[in-house]
Design a protein around this ligand. Structure first.
Ligand SMILES: Nc1ncnc2c1ncn2[C@@H]1O[C@H](COP(=O)(O)OP(=O)(O)O)[C@@H](O)[C@H]1O
Ligand SMILES: [Mg+2]
Length: 297
């Protein structure tokens, strides 16, 4: 949808799942770098003030570029630091205000805003979800992870009960509809898929299909389990970066190539509004560093 300023709104992608370790931060960073390589202005916001994995990813990348003396695509990054005051209410308010000003700041120039969320339910998590145009939920390939969305009958794959997180998303969706009449495109992505097909994996798929029919979300082809992700993180690299030994900090492998294909397929499956942002981007001003980031870093 175009704003009355004649420029497309920043498209907001939220990574959410109430479970840690499912691949939210890794996927957030990969999507950010993918879009940056495509020439878009990308802002990233890390709302996980405890783990700050996305912030570490961005910092590692900047450090790597500096070490090698090269220029590589970088997002404009914001992170919400853990407030240190005594009053919980005051802390919540401070973080909330920071988030609001980060959003207000990036709205004006970013083509895409990518928000990473923690594996727990906070006021901020809920707010972030209601801002999503696209909500991406990575799920590890097991029934335990499916529980984050809904309880599945282990025999039949039928849904017994929707989860706390699914209800959170449903509330965010109806809030969003009330606020600006827009809907949230919710996409479940299987992550760390094991190469070995199993009865369990088939049940997960059946469960996912049942869930998507029931709650109105989509399922994208997933990302396989690969050890390269462990070695990419400390250098702030992604599968979208050149297959260069010096940059990657190790010899590139076939794994990089296939993982890149999978991530590109995922980006395609998200149906992001690339064409309209491309036109808007040619009119906009260049990305700038944020005041908030300078004070928060
Ligand atoms: N496709 C994958 N294959 C192997 N390891 C992965 C994959 N995706 C993520 N990981 C690893 O899983 C761990 C958790 O990922 P992370 O993105 O931090 O999850 P979350 O943000 O949901 O807690 C990290 O060590 C990351 O490197
Ligand atoms: Mg994370």
């Amino acid at each position: 949808m175009e704003s009355n300023r004649g420029r497309a709104h920043a498209h907001v992608i939220v990574l959410g799942n109430e479970k840690g370790g499912s691949g939210k931060s890794t996927t957030a960073f990969h999507l950010a770098i993918y879009l940056a390589y495509e020439g878009f202005r990308v802002a990233t916001i890390d709302t996980d003030s405890r783990q700050q994995t996305l912030t570490a990813y961005v910092t590692n990348r900047r450090e790597r570029a500096r070490q090698l003396g090269i220029k590589i695509p970088q997002p404009t990054h914001f992170h919400l630091p853990q407030p240190r005051g005594d009053s919980r209410t005051a802390n919540d308010r401070a973080v909330f205000e920071m988030f609001r000003s980060a959003i207000a700041e990036v709205e004006g120039y970013a083509d895409f805003v990518i928000i990473d969320t923690p594996g727990f339910d906070t006021h901020l998590t809920r707010l972030a979800h209601s801002l999503a145009d696209t909500l991406v939920t990575p799920l590890n390939d097991s029934l335990i992870d499916l529980d984050v969305i809904g309880r599945i009958d282990p025999e039949t794959g039928d849904i017994r009960e929707l989860s706390h997180y699914t209800r959170l998303v449903q509330r965010a969706r109806s809030e969003r509809l009330n606020i600006d009449g827009r809907s949230i495109d919710w996409v479940l992505v299987r992550n760390r898929i094991s190469m070995l097909g199993s009865r369990n994996a088939r049940l997960v798929l059946t469960g996912l299909e049942n869930i998507s029919a029931r709650v109105g979300c989509r399922i994208a082809d997933g990302i396989a389990e690969r050890v390269i992700f462990r070695s990419l993180f400390p250098f702030g690299m992604t599968v979208f970066d050149p297959l260069d030994e010096e940059m990657l900090g190790g010899a590139p492998s076939m794994s990089h190539v296939t993982a890149r294909q999978e991530y590109r397929a995922l980006a395609d499956a998200l149906n992001l509004p690339l064409a309209s942002r491309r036109v808007a981007g040619q009119r906009g001003e260049g990305a700038r560093m944020s005041k908030l980031e300078e004070t928060a870093a």
